[in-house]
Design a protein around this ligand. Sequence first.
Ligand code: URA
Length: 429
Amino acid sequence: MTMLDIIEKKKRGLPLSDSEIEFAVGGYTDGVIPDYQMSAFLMAVYFNGMDDRELFSFTRCMINSGDVLNLSDISGVKADKHSTGGVGDKTTLIVVPMVASCGLKVAKMSGRGLGNTGGTVDKLESVRGFNTQPSGAEFTEQLKRVGAVLSGQTGKLAPADKKIYALRDATNTVDSIPLIASSVMSKKIASGADVIVLDVKVGRGTFMRSANDAELLADTMISIGESYGKKVSVVMSDMNEPLGFAIGNSLEVSEAVSALSGDAPDDLKELCNVLAAQMLSLGGFGTVSECERLAEDSISSGRALEKFKEIISAQGGDVDYMLNMPKAEFQYELKSVSDGYVGGIFADLCGAAAMKLGAGRVRKEDKIDPLAGVRLSKKRGDRVNAGDTLATLYTSERERLNEAAELMEKAFVIDGAPPKKRNLIIKIK
Ligand code: URA
């Protein structure tokens, strides 16, 4: 068997056997198969897809490429959540302490971001002292004692996915349903949770642009999870506009703290409540509507905020610093040039502007500016007058402001009449 034979078969749309898939994934992970052959293989999968058997086999190889965490010594149901990624998505920082404060254990492993803005790990690293790489023993001890851990992905968990995902990013083969589904689910299954809630984003600010594709991705992930005995629920949510007001690492942490203190923008609040209720309900805390009340109560009682502070401090983070995050040195206020209503705010352009300001990375090795980003002052449907501030741009390098401001000018649509209401939650499966 050679990798060239495997590429040839997939190129012609023929199904691969389990041993061919093991050969490709194992060989690439071990460094025997070079990047250029794996790239050709991924492009062939991109165009010809995989049938269910191939998909399950590919996912299994990625799970078994590294450690599979066994959390069975820890009492209670263990839950995890994952978002397919969007602009201003800080839901993990809010939902994890919400559900943990209700007694659900959350062993959350998150990634760094590439493109748009940072990932959850980058957001957390904007808190001085916060350790995103606890050891295995620290991870388990904190999960037992605090009930939640916010950790980066260890190199030992699904290393095949780590390598393949980086290659997909560099070869434009990310937006393939079988490749995304196997990538996400291999990590979630290897992380050992019993209950998994997935937030599948749809729209301009993410790679699933159509609701049909997003639904197919959702169904594919559910079937992989269920085949491993996991309880899986998917929330499909609109990502045409940024979530909340803040985009960029420290800005998003501050917005998460406000949300946990009961002051959240409507869209962020709605999505966090839905995700938290799904996690709690799958975790056996009651019906979805009972769990919605538990979720709301975790905020109004102050318990979720206290739990967040406890998690931050357990991982070495400076809670006072987090509650009073510094602001970037250079700022620019984008003003409206006309009167009207905000008809829309394009998430992809806001994400690109945040990148220009230094909030994300183009290449893996790029350094993030934790204070960079955009804070919106207006949201869809808001009335504006000429001269009102639409958004404030933040960066630690002045020369980054101009290009970012041009993108943000294009991101705002100002219309003469209010826009139609948008449904943030598209479907729950
Ligand atoms: N997130 C992942 O972990 N993998 C993908 O392929 C896409 C989003």
